[in-house]
Structure formats: structure tokens, C-alpha cells
Write a protein that binds this ligand. Sequence first.
Ligand code: PSU
Ligand code: MN
Length: 312
Amino acid sequence: MRREHPPLAVSEEVATALHAGTPVVALESNVITHGLAFPDNVDAARKVEAAVRSGGAVPATVAIDAGRLLVGLGDDEVERFATTPGIPKVSSRDMAAVLAGGGPGATTVASSVVIAELAGITFFTSAGIGGVHRGGERSMDVSADLVQFTRSRVAVVCAGAKKILDLGRTLEFLETHCVPVVAYRSADFPAFYCTSSGHRSPQRIDDPAVLARAVDLHFALGHPGAFLITTPPREADAVDPDLVEDAIRDAGAAADRDGVHGPAVTTFVMRAVDRATGGRSARANAAVLASTAEDAGVLAVAHARARTEGDR
Ligand code: PSU
Ligand code: MN
């Protein structure tokens, strides 16, 4: 069988950074295309990239287009993914079909970490990873993000998993599948724009240099999967869980009633909660994306520094 090479198209800035050993942080595009509504999505994408840069790292938003895995979108490309209707949500399993078809695709956390690893990028960030959906023990709706974490050797900096999910079962899945979950300078597993999911994080590390070493040791031990680092939203951006809980429950019931299922569930529920909270949750969503990206930039820099010092 003839083996194909992955069709990577890395931007000049990202290629230069990777070559020089400058820390790079990969970012997903699905959150731009489907996670937030226009024009908030364009604004959020810019702020997230700026946040990574403020930490001293280079952002690399990834996506699929014209049969290629794009690594490092330009401003105009970000805008196109934010404004063009009909760009599909592409998870890991959809990648090959979308590449072969030649059309554009917005990459989820799962497909984005596949691309990050192929490009040689160690750090990836998004605020809310996918997880076990509420009622997932019956529907079996478990995000492919979790499964991909068992397969891609990438450090994922996130604010936990989305509040709309079953976070207890999400943590159980990660434990069973040997995916480390380490809280950075905090005690609890966060719930995206809520500071705590009500669950303690299995591990806590406060020193970025120690965290960097833990990431490398995880890979050195031969584990084939990701290393999860959580960081909660900033206090000023955090949403009171009681404020969103009713809205989430109503949105979940509406999804069931309207027969919404599969990949459409996440966006449907998130938008319904945004409407019910008068946009409060959408603003918190954008804010936590940026603050998480800022921490990811800082941690990627600490990791790169630890590697160079280790080489001396
Ligand atoms: N964060 C958001 N909104 C989103 C997502 C994340 O604020 O829509 C997306 C991410 O792209 C994540 C995906 O990978 O939801 C998970 O979807 P699912 O549960 O269908 O696997
Ligand atoms: Mn799903």
C-alpha cells in the first residue's frame, strides 16, 4: 500500500518558530465557526491569538481547506472561517473525508490535537474540551475529544470541560483511560466559565517549571496520549453556576424534544444558554478562551525554557 504523507501547510511564522524552538500554541477553529456567533467569534479569535502572544508564544490556529491541514491561519482566513456559512464541524474521524473532498472544515479539539502533533507542536489550548454529555450513560454521546486524548501526545491547556456536560463522568473517563489531569495554581477541575465543577482535580502543580517537567516525563514514560492542564476562568469573568444551571437543564430538554443529536448538540445547547442568560454566558465564553490561552502561552514558554536548560 502506498502511504500518503499528511498534507500539512504550515504558515511561515509558525514554521520559523518551530524551526527556532520558539514555543508555539495550537488553537482550534471549530470554536470560531460554530462555538461563538458572528461578530463575537472574530473578536474572540483575535483576542485568543493576542493572549498567546502576550505569554511569549506564537499562536497557530488550525483548520482544513483545499485538501490541506492548515497550521497558522492569517487574519483574513480567520475572518473567512468566522463568516462563511456552512463550513462543517470536523472531528478526528471526519478529517480524511473532508481533506479528500477538498472543502473547508472547522477543526474541533480532537482533530486539532491530531494536527498539532503532526506539525510537531507540543501545546494546544481551548477553554472547554468536549466530554461525556449529560445522559451520556444512555445516549452514549461521549465527545471524540476524550478518545483522541488517549492517542495524541500533546499538552492541552483548558478550563476543564463545558458546564453543559456531565463533568463527573468526564473525569471518570479520563481516569480510566490514563489521561493525566493537572490543575495549575488551583484545586478544582473547572467547568469552563465556572470556577469549579464541584470535583477536585486529581493533581495540582503550581510551579510552571515542575509542570513542564511533568509533561515531558509523561511522554518519556511512553504514554501514548495527551497531558491535560486546567486553569480556571479569571474571577471577574466567572459565571455563578446557579445562574446557568436552569438554562442548561432547559436547553438539554429542548434538544431532546427537538431531536437534536450527534455533533449538533454542543452548539445547540450552548446557544440556547446564551439566549437564556441574555448573552452573559457568551461573554464569559469569549473571556475564558482568552484567559486560558494566556496561561497556555506562559506554560509553553516555561516548557521551552526547561527543555533548553535541560540540553545544556
Ligand atoms: N468550546 C465552545 N464551544 C464549542 C466547542 C468548544 O465554547 O462549540 C466545541 C469544540 O470544538 C469541541 C467540541 O472540540 O465543541 C466538542 O463537540 P462534541 O461534544 O460534539 O464532540
Ligand atoms: Mn457528541
